[in-house]
Design a protein around this ligand. Structure first.
Ligand code: BTN
Length: 237
């Protein structure tokens, strides 16, 4: 059973959902806001969250081990990709780890955070922001972000939650992997690996069941990337 809580405005739905999770909120307890004033992104970035988008955070309760958590984020990208395809009628691409792209521009960001509730039981908060509204993006986002036309945000929200519900089985069995590979915007392409101030170039070979990206550099050395960031844009050397 999913429990939905709607707000006109919040600093961040993930912050509100985490407070509820700490107090024992159940699997798929979900906080939705029409806009956020302090939307959080990966790597300590902010997430632009004006009216018109779909911003929500849901509590995931699973018996997965922390070692399996790395697969929850790419699985979530597949879940949102499936829901957007069904409800909005366009199939987004997935940029590792879990950005969704339309025409090469970002339409959705996903932030997974884990914690423990007051009884010590672990939980994951999955924060999802989808640009569903035609937005005048600030100039620094105009080149990299776009929106996906959505007939009904509430239907999309429920479709995403439906796709997420079986997270434990999907991650254990790896059933997300085939769809992830089929929709990947990076497999087979040259990517720029960003590490702090450092940049290096490699070819993305595959995504592994752990969620890691397998890349190979010019010398033939291969490596599994487990976090951080890659760019397709910084390839113009
Ligand atoms: C990213 O692209 O770096 C991840 C962005 C995640 C944004 C969503 S919007 C709903 C939830 N609340 C937040 O503060 N962040 C997530």
């Amino acid at each position: 059973m999913m429990e939905l809580h709607y707000f006109d405005e919040l600093p961040s739905t993930s912050q509100t959902a985490a407070l509820a999770a700490r107090e024992g909120a159940a699997h798929l307890y979900t906080v939705v806001a029409a806009r956020q004033t302090a939307g959080r992104g990966r790597l300590q970035r902010s997430f632009y969250s004006p009216e018109g988008g779909l911003y929500f955070s849901t509590v995931l309760r699973t018996a997965l081990t922390p070692a399996q958590y790395g697969a929850v984020t790419p699985f979530a990208a597949v879940a949102v990709m499936r829901a957007i395809t069904r409800v909005c009628g366009v199939p987004p691409k997935i940029k590792w780890v879990n950005d969704l792209l339309l025409d090469g521009k970002k339409i959705c960001g996903i932030l997974a955070e884990s914690g423990r509730d007051v009884t010590g039981t672990p939980y994951i908060i999955l924060g999802i922001g989808i640009n569903t509204g035609k937005t005048d993006f600030p100039s620094e986002l105009r080149e990299i972000a776009t929106f996906v036309p959505c007939p009904d945000k509430n239907v999309l929200l429920r479709a995403v939650l439906h796709e997420l519900a079986d997270v434990e089985r999907e991650v254990r069995e790896g059933t997300w992997l085939e769809a992830y590979r089929a929709h990947s915007a990076v497999i087979g392409r040259e990517v720029c690996v960003i590490e702090g101030e450092g940049r290096r170039y490699a070819t993305a070979l595959d995504v592994l069941p752990s969620g890691a990206l397998l890349v190979q550099d010019e010398t033939g050395k291969s490596e599994e990337l487990c976090g951080g960031e890659i760019s397709l844009r910084l390839l113009a050397k």
